[in-house]
Write a protein that binds this ligand. Structure first.
Ligand SMILES: *Cc1c(COP(=O)(O)O)cnc(C)c1O
Length: 330
């Protein structure tokens, strides 16, 4: 089976397992795990921020980051199909008391005028106040699309004028960086906080980080523990992340090439495939998924008429070519 359902499905490589086995560890709730500390400092540095915090999931990273920027009863603005709106099971409301208003954008980005029209300033006892704007880059459900750095810089300007914060859900920001050549620090510079995943294209088994100011990360550490996310000798997992940063970032370009190959095979315009995700409109997505499975290729239906293919570390060039010929015949 060639598995194109998600880039979360990768299994740690032998070299990654060896790095995990060698990791120096300590109790991270005591702040004594040197490998976790090294990962947090490295990732903070990559984005030009003061500090970072290791979390078990990207969802927790987003919940902590947004919860630090938006007080209970305030709102975050985001795109309607953002992961924070659709795929975190309402955590921002259920756990943090944060409300949300959304805009719709076909490629998961934003129209600056629309965002401007949504931002609500402090209006005392009359209206919900906007405290933050969240942008997803790359955008998962829009098909791994990149939000360009100039657009993000313009959004930063708008946010500064309005006195609101910017959070970047960068679960796949590594893909945006490799696809565009935009330095990670440039993405860091437009954001008050970021969330990044090690367990998607980078191929680590577990782990994400919140990135932000030292003060915010101190509070995030308290809240992570409160939610049950304080982890002990977790340097074993942080070592997988460090290994992934050393070996699995630049190779994301291969995943992007393979995604374009699949797109061409199924008649999706490869120009719209920015990174490692291909979205195909099909009248009967579940039927397509079943036929692909019979032919040895696993893909997913992310809507009744939407099929998604995702390339990743465990899909070789030969796998992609074989999948392309299978899918082209469906
Ligand atoms: C995967 C993902 C996350 C985090 O998901 P977890 O499964 O909680 O690690 C957050 N944002 C986006 C855009 C994602 O694709």
């Amino acid at each position: 089976m060639i598995d194109l359902r998600s880039d979360t499905l990768t299994k740690p490589t032998e070299a990654m397992r060896a790095a995990m086995a060698r990791a120096e560890v300590g109790d991270d709730v005591y702040g004594e795990d040197p490998t976790v500390r090294a990962l947090e400092e490295r990732v903070a540095g990559l984005f030009g921020h003061e500090d970072a915090l290791f979390t078990p999931t990207g969802s927790l990273a987003n919940v902590l980051a947004v919860g630090l920027l938006v007080a209970p009863g305030q709102e975050v603005l985001c795109e309607a199909s953002a992961h924070i709106a659709r795929a975190e099971l309402g955590a921002h409301g259920a756990v943090s008391g944060v409300t949300m208003r959304t805009w719709i954008h076909p490629t998961g980005g934003f129209d600056l005028d629309v965002v401007r029209s949504l931002v609500a300033p402090e209006m005392g006892p009359f209206f919900v106040r906007t405290a933050a704007i969240a942008v997803e880059n790359t955008h998962n459900f829009a098909g791994g699309t990149v939000v360009g750095i100039e657009d993000l810089q313009a959004l930063r300007g708008l946010a500064d004028e309005a006195g609101v914060a910017v959070h970047v859900d960068g679960a796949r920001l590594w893909n945006a960086h490799v696809a565009t050549g935009t330095p990670l620090a440039a993405y860091g510079a437009v954001a008050d906080s970021l969330a990044v995943c090690l367990s998607k294209g980078l191929g680590a088994p577990v782990g994400s980080l919140v990135v932000g100011s030292a003060e915010a990360m101190t509070e995030a550490r308290v809240r992570r523990k409160r939610l049950g996310g304080g982890m002990r000798q977790v340097g074993i997992l942080a070592a997988a992340g460090l290994h992934a940063l050393d070996h699995h970032v630049e190779r994301l370009a291969d995943d992007h090439d393979r995604a374009r190959l699949l797109a061409e095979a199924v008649g999706v315009d490869p120009a719209g495939v920015h990174t490692n995700i291909v979205v195909l409109d099909h009248d009967d997505a579940p039927g397509y998924v079943a036929r692909a499975r019979e032919a040895g290729v696993l893909v997913s239906a992310v809507g009744p008429r939407t099929v998604r293919f995702v390339t990743h570390l465990d899909v070789t060039r030969a796998d992609a070519e074989e999948a392309a010929s299978v899918l082209a015949g469906l």
